[in-house]
Design a protein around this ligand. Structure first.
Ligand code: SAM
Length: 277
């Protein structure tokens, strides 16, 4: 009689986007922050957002939920995250919200209908390593903003944690995905070119005591642009003015982004550079 082979424990499929969205993004917070930065600069509420490098376009979906008059255009080149967004974030929208969202598989270098706000989130524009490429992107973005009203928001990160090799680990506990570890690695930094490589890994519990490691779930090959470089290139691209929003909150648990002329050094900081069209 044939003996039954011992069954290997079944691997549940790993959903890298679900883990990314939960561990990295906080779209409910971000839509309010972007709206508030715009209001500080323009003394008006923005209604029309273009989300560049949108990936799963969770931010745009949240934007059309934020107000019944809000509209969003979302652009990304890669059909895979766009499809993920169609079958996930978009399914949380009602008919009215859905009718105010347009998603395009398109290069961010394309001009679109003019919007109030363009956001290039999670440092995605760091993909442009040459000054001429970044300038071309900023020019197209400016042409896709309403003159005298539009605003481009770029997040920018810095500090020693962005240039020294190392990992940051965070335990995430969620209803949907359970407990797992998110790992952000600064893989390398070249001080001559400012080329910088980063990776996101995950560790998931497996069986009673085991661990499943998902290495390089996402990898990034970027140029680390500095705030003064971004401001100069924005002005060259025709923006009328630029500003830097820095977190001036006294405690680490609070957040208060205000326009500053100087910032306080820190091992890991995130700021927002804006250009007014
Ligand atoms: C780091 S992901 C960011 C996704 C999302 N914005 C977020 O906050 O998590 C970068 C995205 O940019 C897209 N991308 C890269 N170059 C692009 C380009 N020239 N035009 C449009 N999308 C681009 C990639 O396909 C990828 O989905």
């Amino acid at each position: 009689m044939k003996k039954n082979k011992p069954q290997k424990p079944k691997k549940t499929p790993f959903d890298r986007y679900a883990h990314y969205i939960e561990a990295v993004q906080s779209v409910e917070h971000d839509v309010e922050l972007y709206r508030d930065l715009f209001k500080q600069a323009r003394r008006k509420e923005p209604r029309f957002l273009r989300e560049d490098f949108c990936g799963t376009h969770a931010l745009s979906c949240e934007w059309v939920k934020l107000h019944r008059d809000n509209r969003a255009i979302a652009l990304d080149l890669d059909p895979e995250p766009l499809e993920y967004g169609r079958t996930h974030a978009e399914t949380t929208l009602n008919t009215s919200q859905h009718s105010r969202l347009q998603v395009f598989q398109r290069n961010v270098l394309s001009q679109t209908e003019a919007t109030d706000l363009i956001v290039a989130g999670n440092f995605s524009y760091f993909i442009f390593k040459q000054r001429a490429q970044l300038l071309a992107y900023f020019k197209k973005a400016r042409e896709s903003l309403k003159p005298g009203l539009g605003m481009l928001i770029l997040d920018v990160a810095g500090g020693s944690s962005m240039i020294e090799h190392g990992v940051e680990r965070r335990t995430i506990r969620s209803k949907e995905l359970g407990k797992y570890t998110y790992i952000w690695e600064c893989v390398s930094f070249d001080p001559v070119t400012h080329d910088a490589k980063f990776a996101i890994h995950f560790e998931l519990p497996q069986g009673k005591t085991g661990k499943r490691r998902v290495r390089n779930a996402f990898t990034y090959d970027w140029r680390l642009w500095s705030i003064p470089e971004l401001k100069e290139i924005l002005m060259e691209a025709g923006f009328k003015s630029t500003a830097v929003f820095w977190d001036t909150a006294k405690s680490n648990s609070d957040e208060k982004y205000e326009i500053v002329e100087k910032g306080a050094n820190h091992e890991a900081w995130i700021a927002y550079v804006t250009g007014l069209a």
